[in-house]
Design a protein around this ligand. Structure first.
Ligand code: MLT
Length: 263
């Protein structure tokens, strides 16, 4: 079981397969197991799947920002002897991937944003994050996750796959309260990435869910043609969680993008 040991975290990651590299970054409130349907399908690649600091599998030793997390993922690549990778990030993982694109553009062969956004939090979102932090600090972790996790999925998926939703809720309970607070502070304080899109020296892929209640498609779409090479997929009937809602479609799109980035 590989780990990256730093003052911020004893950070666990999976490293499987061989070939050109892809990094899969999970969102909140998940860990690397989010990608369990996807990892075995990327058969021609070296696949790196970290548990970000504070997610189940990795410790959280101090306050860790999105930029810090990006630095730690870059350090994992260095530890693994990988000089270039396609980095795919789901939602919060996409914020980390965008920070890697800003800090270490030479290390990326492509960037894939899976239900993620280049925008920073607006004032309303920040106020909401503070409310959640307050709730969590008062001991309402389970109550918060009970309502948050189902809201990530499209309504029809929620109705037809209640056992998957329940499993995700149970997994989310394992995240310690202080990790939730750290992730929320990190997301609240992240920088805007809209201005880096035009100058990205590698292709970018956008995976969007038409029924994603967290990432408003109408706000994101105008930004999906700012870079020189853009792959855009809009999944009808999908919420925020295509790796669970539509895994075959996501695998096909990722493999297509990887082939292009490494051609
Ligand atoms: C996620 O799905 O990673 C987060 O909920 C995204 C966010 O809160 O901005």
């Amino acid at each position: 079981m590989p780990f990256l040991n730093t003052d911020a975290s004893r950070m666990h990651y999976e490293a499987e397969g061989s070939g050109p590299a892809i990094v899969l970054l999970h969102g909140f409130p998940e860990n690397g197991s989010l990608w369990q349907n996807i990892l075995p399908q990327l058969t021609s690649y070296r696949v790196i799947v970290p548990d970000l600091p504070g997610a189940v599998g990795s410790t959280l030793e101090r306050e860790t920002s999105i930029d810090d997390m990006a630095g730690l993922v870059y350090d994992v690549l260095t530890q693994e002897g990988i000089t270039r990778a396609v980095v795919a990030g789901h939602s919060m993982g996409g914020y980390v991937a965008l920070s890697m694109a800003r800090q270490f553009p030479q290390a990326l062969a492509g960037l894939c944003l899976v239900h993620s956004s280049p925008f920073p939090d607006d004032e309303e979102k920040k106020a909401n994050r503070l409310r959640v932090i307050n709730l969590i600090e008062r001991g309402a972790k389970e109550a918060f996750l009970d309502q948050m996790v189902p809201s990530l999925f499209a309504e029809s998926f929620r109705t037809n796959h209640s056992s998957i939703i329940e499993q995700q809720i149970q997994r989310s309970y394992l995240m310690p309260a202080n990790s939730i607070v750290n992730f929320y502070k990190a997301m609240m304080n992240r920088q805007s990435s809209t201005e880096i899109l035009a100058a990205l020296p590698f292709p970018i892929q956008w995976i969007l869910g038409e029924e994603d209640s967290l990432i408003p498609v109408a706000k994101i779409l105008p930004f999906t043609h700012h870079s020189a090479t853009n792959f855009v997929s809009l999944y009808k009937g999908c919420g925020h969680m295509s790796m669970l809602e539509m895994p075959a479609r996501l695998v096909a799109d990722l493999n297509h993008f990887l082939e292009f980035c490494y051609q």
